[in-house]
Design a protein around this ligand. Structure first.
Ligand code: ATP
Length: 220
């Protein structure tokens, strides 16, 4: 029985919070592999909310997962080049990879909004939904889904080490000219500085690190 994880996101940029939940969910559920699926512009976000190009976001994912044999990346959403709903993406991923049991990994913040996703019950028929712990969201607090979803038994809360990092926070820190060292893998940081992504400039980089919170609750 080969259990497979699908981890979709904008990864704008990928950061340690993503990697920690992918690793810990894989370990907890005994997944053979986690397939990272960087998205085009997700249907629920305005196009302007995505800052780096699809190819740059893909390169950052590749750099971040290098060295972990269990992790791989699939560029199907980027190649399609238009918004895709998870209920469409998951069957495509299942055609392209071998697996017997499928798990869609998302943060508890996203899973808590599952009723606003397209055809959530059908998505749950395609893959179980893993709600990974995220600071500020209680993975046990999914009662509103229990009442509304026929396949609620396929929503699986997984406790993970809480990592209070968001892509929004990283972009803000870069805009402030502060250090993102250790918030993203070194290879990702290199791509950000080499490409001047998110307004990053080497000269602006502080060695002192950031004193600000990274959580989205303090978004500008
Ligand atoms: P943004 O701040 O731009 O919204 P993000 O940090 O939430 O980005 P996404 O690429 O949108 O990153 O996230 C992909 C998935 O990873 C989502 O399901 C999200 O809930 C989850 N996720 C992101 N960061 C964390 C974290 N620190 N802990 C747990 N889950 C996370």
């Amino acid at each position: 029985m080969r259990k497979m994880g699908i981890f979709g996101g904008t990864f704008d940029p990928i950061h340690q919070g993503h990697l920690v939940i992918a690793e810990q969910v894989a370990e907890t559920l005994g997944l053979a592999s986690v397939i990272f699926v960087p998205g085009g512009v997700p249907p629920h976000k305005p196009a302007s909310s995505i800052k780096a190009s699809p190819e740059d976001r893909l390169s950052m994912v590749e750099a971040a997962i290098g060295g972990n044999d269990k992790f791989c990346v699939d560029r199907v959403e980027i190649d399609v080049g238009r918004p895709m709903y998870s209920v469409k993406t998951v069957p495509l991923i299942k055609e392209r990879h071998e697996g017997d049991e499928w798990f869609f990994i998302a943060g508890a913040d996203e899973v808590s909004n599952l009723l606003s996703w397209k055809e959530p019950d059908r998505l749950l028929e395609e893959a179980a939904m893993v709600a990974a712990a995220r600071p500020g969201y209680d993975v046990a607090d999914l009662d509103h889904l229990a009442e509304a979803l026929e396949n609620f038994d396929k929503v699986i809360p997984v406790e993970c080490t809480l990592v209070d990092i968001s892509a929004t926070g990283i972009r803000r820190i870069l805009a402030e000219g502060k250090s993102i060292r250790y918030l993203v893998p070194d290879g990702v940081r290199e791509i950000i500085y080499d490409g001047g992504l998110y307004g990053a400039r080497r000269g602006k980089q502080s060695s002192a690190g950031s004193e600000g919170s990274l959580s989205r609750s303090k978004e500008a």
